[in-house]
Design a protein. Sequence first.
Length: 282
Amino acid sequence: MSIELTRRGFVAGMGAAVAATGVAGLNGVAPKPKYGLQLYSIHKIFWKEPARVLAALRAGGYDGVEFYDYNGLSAKALKKLCDDAGLKAMGTHLNGDVDLVGDKLKKTLDFAAEAGFESVVTPHAKRNTADEYKKFGQAMGAAAEAADAYGIKVGIHSTYHHFTTRYGEETAWDMIYKEASPKLYQQIDTANTFHVGYDVVALLKKYPNRHFSIHAKENVPTKDGVLGVPPTDGGKCVPWKDLIAYMQTESGLHWWIVEAEGRPDSLDPALACLKQLKAWTK
């Protein structure tokens, strides 16, 4: 065995150990995440003039977008639409119960690969029992294992019922991930988690380095969803300072995804959110 091969093996082993702990890379610095927009935030205007809207998002500082619908376009057309604007088609939301199981799984992953998606996420995970949540996690974990061969991440988007539904000391979210593949990531929606009284920072720490992307969304109710603006009912903002401080210690975060649904007919909230998020994470 050559010295070079031994060195490579050592570095690879160290990298695996770092990834397992969820801390920053070997040089102590986590990779710089990019910034994307969940396009549902502007669903009332996006498909009316998609090229113009994407160009405006790029001019405003976004690196990519996350789809929720394709408006009948092919994967190749979606990729070109984003490429022409200088944006990355970073991923999509879909229905995991339909699109990430059985014969449909390969079709979904083939489409995602052609579109250039890095991530496919399902927000659909409502179940009735702890065992059903576990089985859902196992199924999505199997999809994540299959997607790994494509270089694509599969995740679940958190919502209210994941934390209000409890089985003893554990939540439905815990049940999903209890027996799921470690390749299945968690797309934490900051507002959905925090709004129901769950400690979002503690949740991130509980499952370190499983956060390929995070949905950065302000607590509700809100007028336009701009980050850092308190809810209209007098509630508290998401604890951004602590949340960002922790995430800057993780090595797995690749995308901050803005979600601002208060005014889906305007780009203004999305651009204001990005400006604030970049100021916090610089």
